[in-house]
Each structure stands twice: as C-alpha cells, then as structure tokens.
Design a binder for this molecule. Structure first.
Ligand code: HEM
Ligand SMILES: *[C@@H]1O[C@H](CO)[C@@H](O)[C@H](O)[C@H]1NC(C)=O
Ligand SMILES: *[C@@H]1O[C@H](CO)[C@@H](O)[C@H](O)[C@H]1NC(C)=O
Ligand SMILES: *[C@@H]1O[C@H](CO)[C@@H](O)[C@H](O)[C@H]1NC(C)=O
Ligand SMILES: *[C@@H]1O[C@H](CO)[C@@H](O)[C@H](O)[C@H]1NC(C)=O
Length: 507
C-alpha cells in the first residue's frame, strides 16, 4: 500500500515537473557540443535570467544576445529557455547558411509560435506553412508594395510625416520613438486601407474588466495587442491553456470579442474608401474572400509599422551620436536632397543618389536591428546544423542580433561605422583577413533571407530613407546626453528604452 502511494506520489510529481526535468535533460545533452552556448544561469521558473540582469545594469534588455556573439564568435547554436521551453537560436553565419538550405522541406514556419498577438490573425501569411497558396497570397501583396510599386506612396509618406511633425515644439524633450510610431501608423493605415479613411473616428472596445470604452483605430490596435499579451501571460491562462484557448477566461473572452469587432470595423473602413491604390482594393479585385484579404492586411499592418518606427528612432540617434557620420550625412543630404521638389521620379532619384545615407541606414539596421529574432520556425524532422542535432518539432529562430555582432565577421562590432557597406573600405572585410576576405552574406540579415524573408523590405527602405532625409533637411536636433553616453542602449522592438530628442531649430 505504502509503496503504491509513494509510487503514485513520485509519478504525480514527475508529471508536474515534467517540463523542468526535460529542460535539465536538454542542458545536459547539449553541454557536450563545443559550438552550442547555454547561459550558466538557468532557472526553471524564470528561464533566461540574462534579460533581467541586463536591465538592472541599464543595458538594453537583449544585450546578452550580442555579448555572446562578440565573446564567443564560434558559437553556432545557442539554446535559451523561455520558462522551461527550449528555443534553438541560429547564431553564426555558417549556421544561418545551413539553416536556409533546410527551408521549407525540413524546417518551415512555426504556425503556433505567436501565442499572443498572433491570435488576432491566425492563418495569415506570416503564420502558415510555405505552400503554393501561401506563395500566391504573398506575391499578390508584394505586387502592391514591392519596389517598382512603392514609389507612388512617396507623397503619402511625406504628408503623414508633415502632419505629425507640425505638432512638435522647439526646445522641449519628447519621445521620438512614439512620434515615429504615429507617423508610421498613419502611413501604413493609408497604404493598406485607403488614403481617405477617417483616422479620428472612435470605435467600441471592451476592456479586460468587461467595460466598454471608445478609442481610435490606432489605440484599438495597440490596446488589443497589449491585452492579448497580458492575457497570454496571466497565470491562470498559463496553467489552464485549454480554458483560455476556448476563450473561457474573462480577459480572453474580451479579446476574442474585440478581434471579432475589429474584422467588422476594418471591413467597413476599407469598403468606405474611394482610394483605388490601397492594398485592400488591389487585393479584393483579385480575391473574393474578404476575410483572407483582411487577415493578410492585419499582418502586413503589424509587421510593417512597428519595426519601421523603431528603425527611424535608431537611425536619428546613431547619426547624432556619431559626429563624423552626422557631418558626412548632412553634407550629402544638403547637396542631393531638395525638400521642395514635387516630382515623384525626381524625388526617388535624389534618394537613390544619397549613397552615404543608404550605408548609414544599413549600418543602423545592423547596429540597432529592430528585430532581435526572426519569426519562429519549426523542424519538421530531426535535423543537423553545424554538426548539432536538433530534434523534430523544435522551435528555432534566427538570432539577428548575434549575426550582426559576430566578432569573426565584423571589425569592432560595437562601433557605428557606415563604411562597412562601402566595398572600397577595409571595414567591408572580416577582421582577421587584413582586408582580403569579404564577410559571409549571412552575417547581415536585418530582413532575414530566403523564402520567408520580410516582404516589406523595399517599402521599409524607401520609408526610412525618405523620412530621414526629410527630417534632416528640416530640423536641427539634440539627443538627451545621458542616452548618448550609454553605449549599451538600443531602441529595438521590446527595448525598455525610447529615444528622447529635442528640436533645436528648423533649417
Ligand atoms: C525596418 C523595417 C522592417 C524590418 C527590420 C523587418 C524585419 C522582418 C523580419 C526579420 C521578418 C522575419 C522573417 C523570417 O522569419 O525569416 C519579417 C517578416 C515579415 N515582415 Fe518585415 N520588417 C520590416 C518592415 C516591414 C514592412 C514595412 C512590412 C510590410 C509592409 C513588413 C512585412 C512583413 C511580413 C508580412 C512578414 C512575414 C513574412 C513571412 O512569414 O512570410 N515588414 N520582417
Ligand atoms: C522594376 O523596374 C525596372 C525598370 O523599370 C525593371 O528592370 C525591374 O525588373 C523591375 N522589377 C520588378 C520587381 O518588377
Ligand atoms: C515612448 O513611446 C513609446 C511608444 O509609444 C512608449 O511605449 C514608451 O513608453 C514611451 N516612453 C516614454 C519614456 O515616454
Ligand atoms: C596587410 O595588408 C597590407 C597591404 O594590403 C600589407 O602591407 C601588410 O603587410 C598586411 N599585414 C599582414 C599582417 O599580413
Ligand atoms: C544646430 O544646433 C546646434 C546646437 O544644438 C548648434 O550648435 C548648430 O549651430 C545648429 N545648426 C544649425 C544649422 O542651425
């Protein structure tokens, strides 16, 4: 009897601690690889403690990702724990190269990794596996925002920028991350839903307590994403994921209702627009399932405006924090970019001629990459990358910060040096080659590479270049001195920092 009881007890404890034990087994199993890195400070409750430690030291929250790449450049794979769940991070250029050879036959998009805001658009192009149907939906969106098509959005982008920047007052510190978010919200909304949509209208939203409030579309999106993240982090929803998946816990119920309402709001907004150039109009002309069109538009919306606004804050910061770069960029913008030019083609040509600005933006996307990871991938088989066996069903991310700070590939990775992208500069080459060997093409990957790469790259690069050129040609500005002196600060997605600037005059 006693034996039975103890056995039952041990069995019970094992079930409860199953994930903990599994995590320890993984740590033991992978400790034999010299090219795999795992943080020594693993805690089964918190998972990776490095994030919390960095924050305490006024360092960017994901600092540890870059630090390991600089100190241990031969690490190909890193395993971090989210709670007890292992995530396999692709850390080196070689690992990245081998990774892409396996996409999509043995590694594909992880369709269930965005547990929080991914619930808003389940089944959208960023969340489904690679298939001909996925490809055709993606190509249709690219056809509207791709390089030869995005130039027509130049006036719209400038209008949004002027509308927001007109509210800035001189000699007051303000949050430029927040202001750029507003600009990008306006740009993205107009491109997707239509230039003429009413942005100030208020819509009904249900809070997590069940109250009804009225907020604008911009607030609706931010609030919904915030509430979805909160609800997925709630202890009761974590302990009983089945209840929350079925929408039975309160905050989840409100979220599900808000998602339902959002579909209707967006459909009404898009249908009321007369703008024939909007992504919605282009897409509904060839696809009659409006739900699919909206789903993909929401994805492009979320994927599009957040990284771009963080990139803008970083670019303005990095230019100002590096006097030499600032002088060079200003000289180029002054001579090549005419703010008063009205012709779209001429404007595009001016931007193309700003080569140093282009390198500066590229370097900012390396040094302060907006996305620290790619989206999630999953192994469909047991696979091997750089000799490391990864089990079937594992969650894998490319660690973009690590690729960009690998000290075998980059000379002084901490420094902000746009000349890294100038083929005539020795910064174009690897540190040990004395100017003879080019970096691996996988060492620079801000938009990811290959099949599932970011489809918004060309639009994003146009937006960044245009807004930065316009900003520099119009405003003189300073950055908060304590931010300038903190070399551990980055304004990437989910950074705890926001960029604080002051306009000191108009030019
Ligand atoms: C500076 C700005 C941006 C950066 C750094 C960025 C970066 C990325 C990265 C790293 C991924 C993940 C790719 C992967 O998992 O391999 C991604 C995916 C994606 N991005 Fe971007 N992005 C930016 C702007 C945009 C814009 C402006 C749009 C749309 C207009 C956009 C739309 C998307 C979509 C739809 C995906 C999902 C692709 C798929 O799963 O097939 N992004 N982006
Ligand atoms: C864009 O246009 C240029 C010239 O007008 C052409 O050479 C190029 O192939 C086009 N690219 C795409 C993706 O359509
Ligand atoms: C700045 O704006 C961002 C984005 O709106 C916000 O998340 C952040 O809390 C703000 N930071 C400060 C210091 O006001
Ligand atoms: C590096 O290259 C330069 C010129 O290309 C050469 O003069 C120098 O000796 C080289 N240094 C080493 C350590 O190979
Ligand atoms: C810009 O502002 C700085 C001080 O904040 C000042 O030294 C500089 O002369 C200004 N430049 C222009 C072109 O107004």
């Amino acid at each position: 009897m006693e034996v039975l009881l103890s056995l039952t007890l041990i069995f019970g404890v094992c079930i409860v601690f199953k994930n903990w034990i599994a995590a320890f087994i993984i740590r033991w199993k992978y400790s034999k690889y010299s090219n795999v890195y795992m943080s020594p400070s693993f805690s089964p409750i918190q998972g990776e403690r490095a994030v919390i430690k960095a924050q305490g030291k006024q360092k960017y929250r994901f600092w540890h990702l870059m630090e390991v790449a600089m100190k241990k450049p031969d690490c190909d794979i890193r395993i971090v724990f989210s709670g007890t769940k292992p995530l396999f991070l692709i850390y080196s250029a070689q690992a990245c190269k081998e990774f892409f050879k396996l996409v999509p036959t043995r590694i594909d998009r992880h369709s269930n990794h965005l547990k929080h805001f991914g619930r808003m658009n389940k089944g959208a192009i960023d969340q489904i596996k690679s298939s001909p149907m996925w490809k055709s939906r993606r190509d249709k969106i690219m056809k509207v925002i791709g390089i030869n098509f995005s130039t027509k959005f130049i006036p719209l982008i400038l209008d949004s920028f002027h509308e927001i920047s007109a509210t800035w007052r001189e000699n007051q510190w303000f949050n430029i991350t927040n202001q750029m978010k507003k600009v990008m919200f306006s740009v993205t909304t107009k491109i997707l839903f239509g230039k003429d949509i009413p942005v100030e209208n208020a819509y009904t939203y249900i809070t997590s307590c069940g109250d009804t409030i009225h907020i604008t579309l911009e607030e609706y999106f931010s609030k919904l994403i915030e509430d979805l993240e909160k609800s997925s982090a709630l202890i009761k929803n974590r302990l009983c994921p089945y209840l929350s998946k079925a929408g039975l816990t309160t905050s989840n119920k409100a979220c599900e209702q808000n998602i339902e309402n959002l579909w209707e709001i967006l459909l009404k907004i898009c249908q009321s627009s007369e703008d024939q150039d909007s992504v919605f109009k282009h897409r509904t002309n060839v696809c009659y399932d409006k739900k699919i069109v909206l789903m993909d538009i929401i994805t492009v919306y979320i994927a599009g405006y957040d990284p771009t606004s963080h990139a803008l804050a970083s670019i303005l910061f990095n230019i100002k924090a590096n006097e030499r770069v600032f002088t060079k960029v200003m000289k180029e913008v002054k001579s090549n970019y005419d703010r008063n030019e009205k012709s779209i083609d001429a404007k595009r040509k001016m931007l193309d001629s700003c080569e140093y600005l282009d390198m500066t933006i590229k370097e900012s996307l390396r040094h302060s990459n907006p996305a620290f990871f790619s989206l999630g991938y999953k192994s469909l088989d047991e696979i091997s990358i750089c000799g490391v066996t990864i089990p079937k069903g594992a969650t894998i991310f490319q660690c973009l910060h690590a690729l960009h700070y690998n000290s075998n590939e980059w000379i002084n990775p901490m420094e902000f040096i746009p000349e890294r992208f100038d083929p005539d500069s020795h910064y174009f080459t690897t540190p040990s080659s004395n100017g003879t060997k080019q970096r691996s093409r996988y060492s620079y990957n801000p938009f990811s590479t290959n099949l599932r790469r970011c489809p918004g790259k060309n639009l994003a690069m146009l937006e960044l270049k245009l807004i930065v050129a316009e900003f520099l040609s119009k405003f003189n500005y300073t950055i908060s001195p304590e931010q300038i002196s903190n070399k551990y600060l980055r304004f990437s997605l989910r950074s705890q920092f926001s960029c604080i600037i002051s306009i000191t005059g108009t030019i």
